[in-house]
Design a protein around this ligand. Structure first.
Ligand code: SIN
Length: 513
């Protein structure tokens, strides 16, 4: 009740928040973290140019807010404030950082329903899934609040009796965190939690499509008592993003960059970071193989398929992309897939209770998915289900199954990032491993088998950084998330998540009698 009163007061005091009135209709309780200003040096600020850009709901195209369209000058201010804050933040104790991260986590948990509403409004993710993402996002703050206290050094047996050899871990400095639209909350906390736990300060550049979740997270960081300048958020439109990204990677005051997004952009940022030899963490595109062997438990394989393929309408880096099914189980699997999709997937506006597949994020994404399906069909793929824009119009695409696919088709060659399953029959384990590994990417892979020897053989030979074995949902704060090959470098989450934000300093103490 108190929160409700507070929220009404805030809405009266800040006319710009009235744009979010529609969210109150969906049960929004507390509007004060719905910001339309960026967050630099502990202040809520406009772009120095005064320019803004719009944020729209992908389910209906309606404008839900305006945020500052920042450029280099604003980005430099954010870097400067993070640099200044680093001088004192790096000297805080691990326990102090842990307490603040825990407070941030507690606030995210307290406001999880509201955060989910914001996320659904700007990313289109069905509300239940958005709530799942907020829980996933806050779990990184909880995890790194705990890990902050365990960033240990080492004492190494010395080869000389007159010397002692010690390694200590130090924060690297200011880090730029460039995050994607498909997980507007969790990809920020996964990076910022690790950065702050390590003693780094950060400048966050959220995706153009989903800045509101980032600003809400920053608001809660402020309320948690995280000092000014430790967390900064710079918002920028698509046209301004290259210049902002360039500075975030090349400024001499930035020590490291962490990016989640496409391989093409990742390669560009990697090049930019090379000029200053910055530390870099990259979590890039997937093209995950999803293999069902004859011995698989069909029900488990279908459950795994639904979550690995249709979570976030197929818009995740670890979405199942190339579905390989062994000949002995192929017909049953295909029939069960069709039935599960038809009976269990409900497409629509993420605010409707029954909906579990939302829209794609924007026009270029739906154009890409549509083109990829059409081109694959032209090359001989068979359309078994769906295949076109949904009757709902806008950015909704029908859940689709393609069969008779082959390696040269775009639905196999490229990361689909949409609700399209390309299913291919195979005969032998050797054959499927060759097909699965013939790919420049290696983020996640999945396989279903009840044969324990096969489980170990395939787990060792599949060339991906992560594998779901009889499981379609592998994400967790405890997991070492990351890829091999062109899918990236470094690991996020787990105890390895702090490695990108720390360096090892070697101390050699001589003259010991
Ligand atoms: C991603 O798609 O980039 C992240 C997916 C996840 O963390 O589950």
């Amino acid at each position: 009740m108190r929160l409700l009163k507070q929220s009404r007061r805030v809405l009266q005091l800040h006319p710009h928040l009235l744009k979010f009135d529609f969210l109150k209709g969906h049960g929004l309780r507390y509007a004060s973290f719905l910001h339309q200003e960026a967050y630099i040096g502990g202040k809520w600020v406009s772009a120095s140019s005064g320019k803004t850009f719009t944020v729209a709901n992908p389910a209906n195209g309606k404008v839900i807010g305006h945020v500052p369209d920042m450029a280099e000058e604003d980005t430099q201010a954010a870097i400067d404030s993070a640099y200044e804050a680093f001088q004192s933040w790096k000297r805080t104790t691990a326990k102090e950082r842990s307490i603040l991260l825990r407070k941030w986590y507690d606030l995210m948990e307290a406001h999880k329903d509201d955060l989910a509403l914001i996320l659904t409004a700007e990313a289109g993710k069905p509300l239940a899934e958005a709530r799942g993402e907020i829980g996933y996002g806050s779990s990184f703050l909880e995890w790194f609040a705990e890990e902050a206290k365990r960033i240990y050094g080492e004492v190494v047996p010395s080869p000389a009796s007159s010397k002692e050899m010690i390694f200590i871990r130090e924060p690297i400095g200011v880090v730029s965190l460039i995050t994607p639209w498909n997980f507007p909350n969790a990809m920020i906390t996964r990076k910022a939690g690790a950065a702050l736990a390590s003693g780094c300060t950060c400048v966050i550049k959220p995706a153009e499509d989903t800045p509101l979740s980032a600003l809400a997270i920053a608001d809660l960081a402020e309320k948690a008592g995280i000092p000014p300048g430790v967390v900064n958020v710079v918002t920028a439109s698509r046209p301004n993003t290259p210049a902002v990204g360039n500075l975030l990677c090349t400024s001499p005051k930035v020590a490291g960059v962490s990016f989640t997004g496409s391989s093409a952009v990742g390669k560009l940022l990697y090049r930019l970071c090379s000029t200053g030899i910055k530390k870099i963490g990259l979590e890039l595109g997937g093209n995950a193989p999803f293999i069902v062997f004859n011995s698989a438990d069909l029900n488990k394989a279908i459950e795994g398929f639904l979550v690995a393929k249709f979570r976030n309408a197929g818009q995740t880096c670890i979405s199942a992309n190339r579905i390989y099914v062994q000949s002995g189980i192929y017909d049953q699997f295909l029939a069960a897939c069709k039935e599960a999709i038809s009976k269990r997937l409900v497409i629509g506006d993420g605010f409707s209770k029954e909906v579990n597949v939302g829209p794609l994020i924007n026009q270029s994404q739906i154009n890409k998915v549509e083109g990829l399906v059409n081109d694959s069909v032209k090359m001989g793929a068979e359309l078994v289900l769906g295949g076109k824009r949904h009757d709902l119009g806008g950015l909704f695409f029908e859940p689709t199954i393609l069969t008779q696919v082959s390696a040269e088709m775009p639905c196999i060659r490229e990361e689909i990032f949409g609700p399209v399953a390309a299913i291919q029959k195979f005969e032998t384990e050797e054959e499927v491993l060759a097909m699965a590994n013939a790919c420049p990417h290696g983020l996640a892979g999945y396989f279903f088998s009840q044969d324990i020897s096969q489980v170990w053989r395939v787990a060792r030979r599949l060339e991906t950084g992560m594998i779901g074995i009889n499981e379609g949902l592998i994400s967790a704060a405890e997991a070492a998330f990351g890829g091999i090959k062109e899918s990236g470098i470094g690991r996020e989450g787990s105890r390895h998540g702090v490695d990108d934000y720390t360096h090892i300093k070697y101390l050699c103490m001589g003259g010991i009698n």
